[in-house]
Ligand binder design. Structure first.
Ligand code: ZN
Length: 404
C-alpha cells in the first residue's frame, strides 16, 4: 500500500480523525517516574543501554535525537489503520507530506510545509539540569529553529510529585553577567552551582508555565504535558543535577564550532532581560482559562479550558465531557489529542483511557483531528454515569480560536 492510499483509508475510516499508536521514547540520562501508564515491566523495553522510557510523544513528525543507538523512526508518530486482522501503519510525517492541507489545513501547510509542533509527556523521577533552548537567531547558526516550550501538569498523571517537584526558572533579578560567567567557567570543576542564581517554584498539578526560547529552566519531577515547537536545540548550563554529572559536551551542544569554549557566547544566547524579569511568574505562570463562560459550557455537557495560551507557536486545551452527556466541539484548526480519563465515543471512534499499556500495544487514546473535521465539529459521547472524559488537545501556530 502506498502512503497516499493508506492515509486516505485512515481518513475515511476515522471520518477525518486519525488514530495514532503510542510513541514511547527512552532517555539514557533520565530515570522514569512511572506515571505514564506503561506496564511496570516495560520501562526498560528498549534495553538497559538506551535508558528507561520516560517520555511519550504525541502527534510527532519530529524524530528523537538520542544519539547513534536511536532506533529507526524513534519519536515519529504512526497512524494506525485496522483492516480486519491486518494492521497498516504510516508515519504522520509521511502522511502530511503527501496529503498536506487535507490533514493540517491550507493555512498551516502554506506557511510551514509541515506540522510544526508536537507534544509529549515527560515523566522523570528527578529534576533536569538548568538548560536553555536557543532562540531562532542562535539556532539558525547550526541550521535549526529556536524552541519555545510550555508545561501543563495533568492531575491524572500526578498522584505523586517524585523526587523534586520544583522548577527553577531564569535567574534571580539583579544577577550579574559576571556571576553567571563564573558558573559557566566552573562547569568542569564539579558543581557549578548555577541554581544558586535562580529561583525554584513549587509545581501545582492542574496549572502550567510558558517558557519562550532563551530562558533558563530546570524542569522538576512532576509528570508534564509539554506542547512545544518541533525543534530539538538545547544547551545544559548546570554541571550537577541531583547526583548526576552533566558531560561538558552538553554545555556546548548546538553552539557553532567557532564559539565552543567562549562562555560569553553562552551568555549572549540567553534572553537576559526575560531571565532576570522580577515579574517572571506573572508573565509565565498559566492557570487554566475557560474557553466560554463556565455555566454556558456545563449546560451543553462539557468544560473546555485553555491550558497553554501564551505562545504564538502552539496552544493547548483541556476538554472535559461530563458523565452521561454528549457534546459537539468545534475548533478552527487541526489538533493532536490524548485521552487522560474516561471512555466513550468521538465521531466514528470508540475512545478510552487505558489503565495500563504494554510496550508495543495499540490503544484508542490518541488521535489527530484534521482541520476539516475540527471545523465541522467532533461529537463526543460519554456513556459513564460517574466518570468524566478528559482529554488534552494541542494545536499548531496561530490558532484562530485563541483570543486572550
Ligand atoms: Zn527545556
Amino acid at each position: 500500500m502506498s502512503v497516499r492510499s493508506t492515509t486516505e483509508k485512515a481518513l475515511e475510516q476515522g471520518g477525518g480523525i486519525l488514530r495514532l499508536a503510542p510513541n514511547w521514547v527512552p532517555r539514557s540520562f533520565c530515570v522514569p517516574g512511572r506515571r505514564i501508564k506503561l506496564h511496570p515491566a516495560d520501562y526498560y523495553a528498549f534495553g538497559g543501554e538506551r535508558g528507561g522510557i520516560d517520555e511519550r510523544w504525541f502527534s510527532s513528525t519530529t524524530p528523537a535525537d538520542n544519539g547513534p543507538k536511536t532506533s529507526p523512526n524513534e519519536g515519529l508518530s504512526f497512524i494506525v489503520v485496522e483492516d480486519g486482522v491486518k494492521v497498516e501503519k504510516v508515519t504522520l510525517r509521511e502522511a502530511i507530506d503527501e496529503l498536506k492541507g487535507q490533514i493540517i489545513g491550507d493555512r498551516l501547510w502554506n506557511a510551514h510545509k509541515r506540522w510544526p509542533m508536537y507534544s509529549k509527556f515527560f515523566d522523570n523521577k528527578g529534576a533536569l539540569p538548568h538548560h536553555v533552548h536557543q532562540r531562532d537567531q542562535h539556532a539558525k547558526l547550526v541550521g535549526q529553529l529556536g524552541k519555545p516550550e510550555s508545561y501543563y501538569y495533568p492531575v491524572q498523571n500526578n498522584n505523586y510529585g517524585a523526587d523534586y517537584p520544583y522548577t527553577f526558572f531564569g535567574l534571580k533579578p539583579g544577577t550579574t553577567k559576571d556571576q553567571l560567567r563564573e558558573c559557566l567557567l566552573n562547569f568542569t570543576k564539579g558543581d557549578n552551582r548555577i541554581t544558586d542564581l535562580s529561583s525554584a517554584y513549587r509545581l501545582e498539578p492542574g496549572t502550567g508555565w510558558d517558557v519562550p526560547a532563551g530562558i533558563l529552566h530546570a524542569p522538576g519531577s512532576v509528570c508534564t504535558y509539554e506542547p512545544q515547537k518541533a525543534s530539538d536545540v538545547f544547551a545544559m548550563y548546570q554541571s550537577l543535577t541531583g547526583d548526576a554529572i552533566i558531560p561538558e559536551e552538553l554545555l556546548w551542544k548546538n553552539s557553532p564550532k567557532e564559539k565552543i569554549g567562549n562562555v560569553d557566547y553562552l551568555i549572549e544566547v540567553l534572553d537576559w532581560e526575560a531571565n532576570v524579569d522580577p515579574a517572571f511568574a506573572a508573565h509565565h505562570f498559566m492557570k487554566p482559562k475557560p474557553v466560554h463562560p463556565l455555566a454556558e459550557m456545563e449546560a451543553q455537557g462539557y468544560v473546555d479550558n485553555w491550558i497553554t495560551y501564551k505562545s504564538p507557536e502552539y496552544s493547548a486545551k483541556e476538554l472535559t465531557v461530563l458523565p452521561g452527556r454528549t457534546a459537539t466541539i468545534t475548533d478552527a484548526a487541526c489538533y493532536g489529542m490524548i485521552v487522560l480519563q474516561g471512555h466513550g465515543t468521538m465521531g466514528a471512534w470508540e475512545i478510552e483511557s487505558p489503565a495500563l499499556i504494554r510496550f508495543g500495544q495499540l490503544t484508542v487514546d490518541e488521535f489527530f483531528v484534521t482541520e476539516s473535521a475540527a471545523r465541522k465539529g467532533v461529537k463526543i459521547t460519554n456513556p459513564s454515569k460517574t466518570d468524566p472524559i478528559v482529554m488534552l488537545k494541542h494545536f499548531g501556530p496561530g490558532n484562530p480560536d485563541l483570543k486572550l
